[in-house]
Every structure is written in structure tokens, then in C-alpha cells.
Ligand binder design. Structure first.
Ligand SMILES: *[C@@H]1O[C@H](CO)[C@@H](O)[C@H](O)[C@H]1NC(C)=O
Ligand SMILES: *[C@@H]1O[C@H](CO)[C@@H](O)[C@H](O)[C@H]1NC(C)=O
Length: 531
């Protein structure tokens, strides 16, 4: 299943920045030293040792534990990993509670720091990993994922070995079941519900932190005004979502994803704490709004974002990144968001790692909606580090640059190169482009002068101190490194005057002594290094 993969693999690029240290310590742990005294301990203790009601399992007693317990939930961990330590206390609490239950359930743990065999046998990559063994079957354990609290462990196990949800026999039972503060899911199923109930139960088993109830009572159906098989999500005591449960139409992943999105706010602000939750929800599409909260347009943009988030609930997860917050620097860098583009909106497909930039300047409901729609329909343009070089790119008066040919053209010692950086969606750019064409025509037949343009949104070109679109840079003759900003007006006259001055200045420079040129070249090189 793809969702298994993305949780392990795709979480890494996003979270690497935050948990880099945690991962390092995990590696240290994995390469740790051999444990000592294991054998002697085993021979002197015939029964399996326990720690806080949790069986301490090893290579030598693992089979014995499997044989002696009908249901065995095992935590594979490494001592030094932070997440393993956090889990240990909750796991022990759950072990205590389950030990007193009548059924034959036990919890065990294996320190796999040096147990390469265990890691290989159960394909363990993340720590901790939890697996549930039934009837001593060592070959087909069930993964227990995303469970963190003691109560969720208990519910998880109970939903595996018994009924997956609470049977609600009366209106009063249903009312008591619905949590006035949190979430509750009720399946309204008239007989014979068959496959629909299977799907519902699978979702219940994957989300033990949420209460699941089921009813077939006429009284309860009537009370909630329900006539057909239906799954209803209640939030803070009120029905907030319902899904007609038709045989064959509902699938476990979609239902689980939908339900899990209700554990999150419509828009989740990115920070250390939420980053973990964000990846718990199996939605493969993330949209991110990068905006400084101090911005004058923040409130309006945020409201629009929330409105559209509601429309795409369960399909795209809406995340907010405050660019004022210095701790978000790494994430902003990862998505290559530059200051002039903020507020910026991007979609990330976590499965393919493809990124998409919203082709619009303003964060309006309309722009957001059409961006999300085009993405889901597969018509949005994927963001790459460079567009392909256009056929005939150098045949027109204005040369068309992309990431791939940029350096070669602009850092050419023989030419004066004057480049316009634009965004296709920017209105100010639309006004200047025809003027730029005129400039191109004027210099078309002048030797050593290149007028060019580049779509800066579609090509990653590193520049310092970029301004609002459009902006311009001049790359002088005689230097393969120097970049000069253009600060003048966006008129033909101003562009021409600027260019003629550069040409004149260059002529003066070339008539001076070679020695001076060398000095100047050194200055330029220093400048490049600053870039
Ligand atoms: C509803 O009835 C069933 C069968 O009698 C029982 O197992 C279940 O506990 C009842 N539900 C509640 C919430 O009491
Ligand atoms: C996301 O990527 C996966 C894998 O390439 C692909 O199957 C899926 O259709 C993509 N989703 C969208 C909405 O483009």
C-alpha cells in the first residue's frame, strides 16, 4: 500500500530538518555495542522477565512468548531513540490495563539495537515499530501504526480482538456515546450491511484514538433523521459530515483519511508540534501557504485559505507557514520560497515529491480553488528547477532564457547582457514585456548586446536581493561573474539610456591599462563569492 511507504520515506525530507538530531542519535544507537550477559540471564530464569508489565523479549525467548500468548503486541525499539523513550511509558500503562483483562493479551518489547536478525525478519526501519502477533503466527504480524497513548493502545488491541465498535441500542446510549468535546463516528447500518461494515471496522481499527459506534436501531435512526446506511462524523456533539455507505463505493483508506482530517483544524499552522500530526493524516497532497503573519494582507488571505480548505477537506491538507517565524527557515528553504514571492502557495505531492506553484499573485478564494482543482485534475504545471530550452530561443530579438542556459548566456565575457526577470501571472510584467520586445528589436543587430528574459517562477536561478516582479539585471562585458541591478524606470527611454551608459563606461575601461583590469577582476570575484 502506498501510504505505508510515504509515512516512512516521504516524512524524511520534510522532517529531516527538525529531527536531524533524533535520527543521528538513532544511528548511533543502531551501531552501539553488543549487549552482555544475555545468555546467563536466560538460563537462570525459566519464565520470561517483565519490566513494568511488559515482557522483555529477545532472540532466545521470542518463540516461547509467541507460543504462550494468544495476542502479543511487540514494540521493537532502540534504547537511545527519543521517540522510543516517549512511547515506553504509555506502552507500560497499556500493558498494565490489558494484563487485567480476561483475554490472553500481552505486551512485549525487543531492544533491537544489535538485533540485526529481528530488523531483517520484520523489515524494521523506523523506531519504534509495533507489530501484533495472533495465535503465535510469527510470519504475519499486523502493523500497529500511529498509536501513541496508553488508551489508544488498549482500544487498538480491543478493536483487533473483539468488536470494532460500540453497539448503540438506544437513543440515550447514542447520546451518551457522542463526545461533546471531541469527535465520534457512528455507522448507521440496516441489515444486511455486509462489506460496508467491513470497511467501517477497518477504519475503526486504524484510528483507535477516535470513538466508533454502530447502530441498527430504528429509534436511533429516527432520532437523527437517518433513512439509509450512513456514516456520520460528530464533532463537539454535532453532526459535521455524513457519507452514504453504499456497498462497493466506500474504501477503507478514503474513509480513514476523511475521518483523520477531522482530528486536525481546517488549516494547520506548521510548527514542531504539529509537524508530527501533519504526517499522521494519510493525505498525500499538502498545500502550503507561506505568509508573514505581520503582513497587512494576512487576515484576508487566511480567511480565503480556510474557506477553500473546507471545500477540499480529505483531499488536500491545508498548512500555514508563518515566514516571520525564524524557526521555519529550514522549511521555507526546502520549498525554495523567496521573499518577493511571499505570500506564496505551493502544493506538494508526497508520493511523487512533485511540487507545484500557484500561478497567481494574490491569495484569493478563486485563485486557490482553481489551483487545487487543476492539481487534482492533473493539469497543473509541475515546478522543476528549469524549463526545457525553447526551440528558437535565440532567434527572436528577446532571447528566452531558462535555468539550463542561463549561466552560459549571462556570464559571457563577450556580451553586454540585459535580462528581465518576470512572473507570467504578474500584471506589472505584462505591461513591461512589450516594451522589452521593443528594446530587443532596437538592439537586435548591435554586436555584443543581448536582451533576454526569463520566467523566474519556473526556473531556479540564484540571485541576491531580488525585488518585486519584474526586476532587471545587467551582466557586463568583460566579466564572467559580475551582476548589476537596474534601479531605473520601466520605460524604453530609461532602459536605452542605462544600456548606452554601460556601453560607454565599458569602452573607457577597456582603454585603460591591463593592470587595473586585473585589480577590478579581483573585486568582481570577491563579489561572486558573496553570492
Ligand atoms: C447494546 O446491546 C448489546 C447486546 O445486548 C451489548 O453487547 C452492548 O453492550 C449494548 N450497548 C451498550 C452501549 O450498552
Ligand atoms: C501524486 O503522485 C502519485 C505518484 O506519482 C500519483 O499516482 C498521483 O496521481 C499524484 N496525485 C496527484 C493529485 O497528482
Amino acid at each position: 500500500m502506498p501510504e505505508k511507504d510515504w509515512k516512512i520515506r516521504m516524512r524524511i525530507p520534510w522532517l529531516l530538518f527538525l529531527f536531524g538530531l533524533g535520527i543521528l542519535s538513532l544511528h548511533t544507537a543502531a551501531n552501539g555495542i553488543e549487549p552482555t550477559g544475555e545468555k546467563t540471564e536466560e538460563t537462570t530464569h525459566p519464565s520470561i522477565e517483565e519490566e513494568d508489565n511488559v515482557l522483555v523479549l529477545k532472540k532466545s525467548n521470542f518463540d516461547k512468548a509467541l507460543k504462550e500468548t494468544k495476542y502479543l503486541l511487540v514494540e521493537f525499539y532502540v534504547t537511545l531513540s527519543g521517540p522510543s523513550q516517549t512511547l515506553a511509558a504509555e506502552f507500560a500503562k497499556a500493558a498494565e490495563e490489558l494484563k487485567s483483562a480476561a483475554v490472553d493479551v500481552r505486551l512485549g518489547k525487543v531492544d533491537v539495537t544489535d538485533q540485526k536478525d529481528f530488523k531483517k525478519e520484520f523489515n524494521i526501519q523506523d523506531f519504534p515499530t509495533l507489530k501484533f502477533f495472533v495465535d503465535g503466527d510469527r510470519s504475519n504480524p499486523v502493523d500497529c501504526k500511529g498509536v501513541r497513548t496508553a488508551s489508544a493502545f488498549v482500544t487498538w488491541v480491543k478493536r483487533r480482538i473483539g468488536s470494532c465498535s460500540v453497539h448503540l441500542n438506544s437513543t440515550s446510549q447514542a447520546q451518551a456515546f457522542i463526545d461533546p468535546e471531541g469527535l465520534a463516528i457512528i455507522g448507521f447500518f440496516k441489515s444486511p450491511p455486509g462489506g460496508v461494515v467491513e470497511v467501517f471496522c477497518d477504519s475503526a481499527r486504524s484510528t483507535p484514538e477516535i470513538p466508533f459506534g454502530m447502530t441498527s436501531s430504528d429509534e436511533v435512526f429516527a432520532h437523527f433523521g437517518i433513512r439509509e446506511n450512513m456514516i456520520v462524523i460528530f464533532q463537539k456533539g454535532k453532526p459535521v459530515y455524513n457519507e452514504v455507505a453504499e456497498e462497493g463505493k466506500l474504501n477503507h483508506m478514503e474513509l480513514t483519511r476523511l475521518i483523520k482530517t477531522f482530528t486536525m483544524d481546517l488549516v494547520t499552522e506548521y510548527n514542531l508540534e504539529t509537524s508530527v500530526k501533519i504526517f499522521d493524516v494519510p493525505v498525500e497532497n499538502h498545500i502550503l501557504l507561506f505568509i508573514p503573519k505581520s503582513s497587512t494582507v494576512f487576515n484576508e488571505a487566511y480567511e480565503n485559505y480556510k474557506t477553500v480548505a473546507l471545500e477540499f477537506r480529505g483531499k488536500i491538507m491545508f498548512i500555514l507557514v508563518d515566514t516571520d517565524e525564524s524557526r521555519n527557515g529550514r522549511v521555507i528553504e526546502y520549498f525554495q520560497v523567496i521573499e518577493i514571492e511571499v505570500p506564496a502557495v505551493q502544493i506538494l505531492n508526497l508520493t511523487s515529491d512533485a511540487r507545484y506553484k500557484m500561478p497567481a499573485e494574490r491569495v484569493t478564494g478563486r485563485n486557490l480553488r482553481s489551483f487545487c482543482q487543476s492539481y487534482l485534475e492533473g493539469t497543473a504545471k509541475r515546478h522543476l528547477s528549469s524549463e526545457e530550452i525553447q526551440e528558437g530561443w535565440d532567434k527572436k530579438p528577446v532571447k528566452v532564457l531558462v535555468g539550463k542556459n542561463f549561466d552560459k548566456v549571462v556570464f559571457n565575457k563577450k556580451n553586454h547582457v540585459f535580462v528581465m526577470f518576470y512572473a507570467p501571472w504578474c500584471e506589472a510584467c505584462q505591461k513591461v514585456l512589450p516594451i522589452w520586445d521593443e528594446l530587443g528589436k532596437m538592439y537586435e543587430n548591435r554586436k555584443n548586446i543581448v536582451i533576454a528574459k526569463i520566467d523566474y517562477t519556473a526556473n531556479n536561478v540564484q540571485l541576491l536581493n531580488v525585488e518585486r516582479y519584474p526586476f532587471f539585471r545587467y551582466f557586463p562585458v568583460g566579466s564572467a561573474t559580475r551582476v548589476d541591478p537596474y534601479k531605473g524606470e520601466h520605460t524604453l527611454d530609461a532602459f536605452v539610456n542605462f544600456l548606452e551608459e554601460q556601453i560607454k563606461a565599458q569602452k573607457k575601461v577597456s582603454s585603460k591599462t591591463k593592470k587595473k583590469d586585473v585589480v577590478k577582476e579581483q573585486e568582481k570575484t570577491t563579489k561572486k563569492e558573496e553570492l
